[in-house]
Design a protein around this ligand. Structure first.
Ligand code: ADP
Length: 761
């Protein structure tokens, strides 16, 4: 029964190395084993050499050895087995060997021994050995694996770049890989059992780090990549990144921590440097005063926008960063895309656009674009300048330039020494010098030589004192002709108060000057003619008046002597014609006197009422003869003022006589009022009639000498046309004016306005 079990357990043939020099013993053992149910795969060795060979060439489940062999024994065989295959059970089969030898054999590693006289024990011994092998195999495998893993760990720990360590719950190092020497300058011997993890921390962070580390310890939690500042044995700072996990014993109690430290000092430094440089460039972008955008040229999307851009466009940065450049550009999307393509292909890096702000206003911007690479992709880095003001100034300058260039005034700009730096085209027109010819030259070149040095000195003194000079200068053209300009020269003064330039604006007045000269000559001639005329009239009227006085005197005499009615009528005719002729002569004489000498005014207090009374007396009969009403109306009877009353009476008398002359029915009215304006008192006298009136187009000519409403063949009324002209001139001498308001066939109103000084009684 047992034998069956033994064979079952193996499941295959038992690989047996049998060291036996006796063939009969061998067969006996084979028999025993076969009977016990073992399927056998026997290798038979008879001596040491064949034994060693067999061991080297194959593996075995069990080795059975005779104790005594020629020149060899079980101890020798056991030693060989211990060396080559220590795990294969070694069973010694012997005659009586004594207890001592047997114990020695077992001590040296034999699994069992079987006495030859009890061969039936052999299968049991083998079975026991096999069972034990099986049991030990798992155990040894685990031990081996443990050892291997420990070795592996040790190897890793000792060759790894990272420092591997273990601490107990107090933080005392219980293991340290040798890398600590490289990292912190200590040997593991200086650390293990002697130092705590916090001993390496830099003083400024020590307490905090220690506290937080122990907090972790208490929680028994795993931690990763804790950065700590440590001090190397030689004093320099080492930044370590520590990761650790708790170690628990079989009861689940925390017994320490195990972890790795990586020296990240250099990494930190380069990270810091990178961070700083990145920060520097971020600052350069984000906090730059210029408006900056980073645009994806493929889509037009704004990837980044800085603060200045946000405040310029009026959108928040995050909104701006989700917008497309097409939304900002007033151009058609297609054109914007074209321009972006131009920028990508480096054809252009300067653009001028109109951009739309958040408040929908359009601004002129100039854009400088360059391609930058972020990762593998290229972007447009664009700097945007607001040039609306520049544009306005440019437009203004263009306008100014156009105005100056097309001006019909000659404009010259010089430096502070009078050397030309600019002339406009009209300067060339009047001077004959092109800009190229005059540029850099002194304006002295234009001097005519006809104006004195003191003239030029006064000019320079004025402009050098910072004032404008205005005057007329005679200049010489390139072809030698002289010309006159009215010049205005202004100094340009910089912010330091220094004169930097002069601007001269010249009007060509050559023609004008010639015209004025001609006019002056003409005026002199006209005045001379007038004087001759007046002189002529004065002489002639005198010459004519004298004989008329004679004619009238003799006619009066004849009227008293001759009583024949027919002759009386003739004499009356002579008298009327003579009076009329004399009246005309009087007028001419008055007019020429006024023009020639002026009137001798005799100002004295005169009462308006007296003047009006005299006029009423003089014209009463004529008015009643024509059956007209006469009203002297509405005036201040007490008014006394300074005036030459004979001239004023003469003026009113003429107006009254015209009113009677040109009125057939109705009323003649004189009225007066006093107009007070500020300090001035104006006596207004109106002579109003209901006569034939004066057509509107004639109202302005009736005050001219010899002009009448009906002239030439259409003339209806007698008269010389001098009356109103004399009235106007006399009033002028008194300081007054005359005007007329009239409507044809309705009547006329002549209005005298005379400033007066009132006599206080
Ligand atoms: P004359 O000797 O012709 O009256 P005046 O100089 O006195 O010369 O007047 C010029 C002209 O003005 C007159 O010829 C007449 O045509 C017109 N005129 C003057 N006074 C009146 C008036 N009161 N009514 C209508 N026409 C008048």
């Amino acid at each position: 029964m047992i034998m069956t079990t033994i064979s079952n357990n193996l499941n295959r043939s038992l690989k047996l190395l049998l060291l036996e020099d006796s063939l009969s013993d061998k067969e006996l053992m084979v028999e025993q084993l076969s009977e016990a149910g073992f399927k056998l795969d026997i290798t038979h060795a008879e001596n040491k050499i064949s034994f060693i060979d067999s061991l080297k060439n194959s593996t075995y489940d069990i080795i059975v050895s005779d104790f005594k062999l020629p020149g060899f024994d079980a101890f020798g065989a056991l030693e060989i087995c211990n060396n080559i295959c220590p795990d294969v059970p070694f069973i010694c089969v012997s005659g009586s060997i004594g207890e001592e030898t047997a114990i020695r054999l077992l001590k040296e590693g034999a699994f069992d021994y079987v006495l030859k006289d009890r061969p039936e024990r052999l299968p049991h011994a083998i079975k026991r050995a096999l069972d034990e092998v099986k049991e030990n195999f798992a155990l040894r495998k685990a031990e081996r694996e443990l050892l291997e893993s420990e070795n592996r760990f040790r190897q890793v720990a000792e060759t790894a770049q990272e420092w591997i360590w273990e601490v107990d719950t107090n933080g005392l190092y219980t293991y340290s890989s040798p890398v600590i020497n490289m990292l912190l300058g200590y040997t593991p011997e200086e650390v293990v059992g002697k130092r705590y993890f916090y001993d390496f921390f830099a003083t400024d962070v020590k307490e905090n780090l220690k506290k937080s580390a122990f907090e972790f310890f208490q929680k028994g939690k795993l931690f990763r990549n804790h950065e700590t500042k440590n001090i190397h044995k030689n004093g320099h700072v080492v930044i370590l990144s520590t990761s650790g996990s708790p170690i628990f014993n079989n009861q689940g109690n925390l017994i320490g921590y195990r972890g790795v430290d990586e020296d990240i000092t250099d990494k930190k430094k380069s990270e810091d440097a990178l961070k700083k440089s990145e920060e520097k460039f971020r600052n350069l972008f984000f906090n730059h005063a210029a408006v900056k955008l980073i645009i994806d040229p493929d889509t037009g999307k704004i990837i980044e926008a800085n603060e200045a851009a946000a405040s310029f466009y009026g959108w928040k940065i995050d909104i701006l960063q989700n917008m497309n450049i097409i939304q900002l550009n007033a151009l058609e999307p297609k054109e914007t895309n074209n321009e972006m393509q131009n920028a990508i292909h480096q054809k252009k890096n300067y653009f001028e656009f109109k951009h739309r702000k958040a408040d929908n206003t359009l601004v002129d911007v100039e854009i400088f674009s360059s391609m930058i690479k972020i990762g593998d992709k290229e972007y447009l880095h664009s700097i945007v300048h607001d040039i609306s003001e520049k544009k306005t100034v440019e437009e203004r300058l263009k306008l100014l330039n156009r105005a100056v260039e097309s001006s019909s005034l000659a404009i010259q700009i010089t430096d502070a020494d009078g050397n030309v730096i600019y002339t406009n085209p009209f300067f060339t027109t009047i001077s004959g010098y092109s800009f190229e010819e005059i540029f850099g030259k002194n304006l002295r070149l234009l001097k005519s030589g006809n104006q004195s040095n003191s003239f030029y000195k006064e000019l320079w003194d004025t402009i050098l004192s910072g004032k404008d000079w205005n005057g007329e200068i005679q200049n010489k053209r390139k072809n030698g002709e002289l010309y006159w300009v009215r010049s205005s020269i202004s100094p340009i003064i910089n912010k330091d108060g220094k004169i930097t330039n002069f601007v001269a604006i010249n009007e060509d007045i050559t023609e004008k000057k010639k015209m004025i000269e001609d006019l002056m000559v003409a005026k002199d001639r006209a005045e001379e003619m007038n004087r001759v005329k007046s002189f002529f009239f004065a002489n002639m009227s005198h010459e004519l008046r004298t004989p008329f006085v004679g004619i009238m005197g003799y006619t009066e005499f004849l009227q008293s002597e001759i009583h024949n009615l027919e002759h009386q009528e003739m004499l009356k005719g002579i008298m009327v014609a003579s009076k009329r002729m004399l009246g005309t002569l009087e007028n001419i004489l008055n007019l020429t006197k006024i023009e020639f000498d002026g009137l001798d005014l005799n100002r004295k207090p005169c009462k308006l009422k007296d003047i009006f009374d005299r006029l009423e007396l003089e014209y009463q009969i004529q008015i009643s003869n024509k059956k007209l009403n006469f009203i002297i109306n509405n005036y201040d009877e007490k008014l006394v003022f300074f005036c030459d009353d004979s001239i004023l009476t003469e003026v009113l008398s003429k107006l009254l006589s015209n009113a009677i002359k040109y009125t057939e029915k109705g009323t003649i009215e004189i009225c007066s009022e006093l107009e007070v304006k500020e300090n001035e008192k104006i006596l207004v006298i109106k002579v109003i009639d209901t006569g034939i009136g004066i057509p509107a187009n004639k109202q302005s000519i009736i005050f001219d000498e010899f002009r009448q409403v009906s002239e030439g063949t259409a003339r209806n009324f007698q008269g010389s046309g001098l009356g109103l002209s004399i009235v106007q001139k006399e009033l002028k001498q008194l300081g007054g004016t005359i005007s007329v308001e009239s409507e044809e066939n309705k009547g006329s109103t002549f209005i005298i306005r005379l400033p007066i000084e009132i006599c206080e009684e």
